[in-house]
Design a protein around this ligand. Structure first.
Ligand SMILES: *[C@@H]1O[C@H](CO)[C@@H](O)[C@H](O)[C@H]1NC(C)=O
Ligand SMILES: *[C@@H]1O[C@H](CO)[C@@H](O)[C@H](O)[C@H]1NC(C)=O
Length: 284
């Protein structure tokens, strides 16, 4: 609770900075397989038989509206996984995940999402996309505030994980998280449950990132301050996102996605939860 009050007490002066991947991220593994290019405006990860690669944000955040544009591994990407997520540290960590599971050329990617709170996950929802995510950059966003975690794709909400502490479900709100991304091989399970293996003749596999934008509360030495970071300066904004929720139009759009593009929902998986669905499913 303390952190939340600290946060409310801080002033929401949004500072627009002209940043770059150099400024906001560190490449953490994969040697030369991860590269920052174009003056810090583009980041690429690659995967070959020897290793994948990854990066993480320099800052930790406690709440934010975080956008990134990704272009996924093209062609035969079966067996590859591009993970893009927020996570805190430790055994009772919180985590908010986007994972993109590759596929054979022409077969659709699976967008996998999950939310962990206090170390507990098992809240998977999976989607198809309504476009080819390897042709162009598309925007994948996480809005994380004290009441909601909203996943969006090109501004269209696909999932709204609501704070249901009143129903006894822990909600991520006390542990600052970093942004992480990695490209790695998961041929044992990623594509059609491991039936389709990675075609190493097509390596290296490459995913690209650009236009990182965060209106977020940056955590530093135990305190949080909200500001805006982005590759390109845009007019400064207030912290409206801290109280944001889906309006009726957005809820309708989310319903459209869930009706037409959702391929797995833990909240309807009675086989998996024979003792009863998780409590938050009652309000989903
Ligand atoms: C790959 O394509 C097949 C055939 O359309 C589909 O069943 C599968 O769910 C797709 N995605 C993954 C990650 O396997
Ligand atoms: C960069 O991201 C911001 C925030 O998501 C968006 O408004 C802007 O249109 C993006 N720029 C490009 C070139 O896509």
């Amino acid at each position: 609770m303390a952190t939340f009050f600290t946060l409310l007490a801080c002033s929401f002066l949004a500072v627009a900075t002209a940043g770059s991947f150099y400024q906001d991220f560190d490449i953490t593994w994969g040697d030369k397989r991860a590269n920052i290019l174009n003056n810090g405006q583009l980041l690429t990860l690659s995967l070959d038989r020897v290793s994948g690669s990854g990066f993480q944000s320099k800052h930790e955040y406690l709440f934010g509206k975080i956008d990134m544009q990704l272009k996924l591994v093209a062609g035969n990407s079966a067996g590859t996984v591009t993970a893009y997520y927020l996570s805190s540290q430790g055994p009772t960590h919180d985590e908010i995940d986007f994972e993109f599971l590759g596929n054979l050329s022409g077969d659709p990617y699976t967008l996998h999402t999950n939310v962990f709170s206090q170390g507990k996950g098992n809240r998977e929802q999976q989607f198809r996309l309504w476009f080819n995510p390897t042709k162009d950059f598309h925007t994948y966003s996480i809005l994380w505030n004290p009441k909601h975690i909203i996943f969006s794709v090109d501004g269209i909400p696909i999932r709204d994980f609501k704070n249901f502490e009143s129903g006894g479900v822990a909600f991520p709100k006390n542990q600052p998280m970093r942004i992480y991304s990695s490209l790695w091989d998961a041929e044992d399970w990623a594509t059609r449950g491991g039936l389709v293996k990675t075609d190493w003749n097509k390596a290296p596999f490459t995913a690209s990132y650009r236009n990182f934008t965060a209106d977020a509360c940056v955590w530093s030495s135990g305190a949080s301050s909200c500001r805006s970071e982005k590759l390109k300066t845009r007019s400064s904004s207030n912290a409206a996102w801290l109280n944001q929720e889906l309006d009726l139009t957005s809820q309708e759009r989310m319903k459209w996605v869930q009706k037409n593009y959702m391929i797995y929902n833990y909240c309807t998986d009675l086989k998996r939860f024979p003792q009863g669905l998780p409590p938050e499913c009652s309000i989903a």
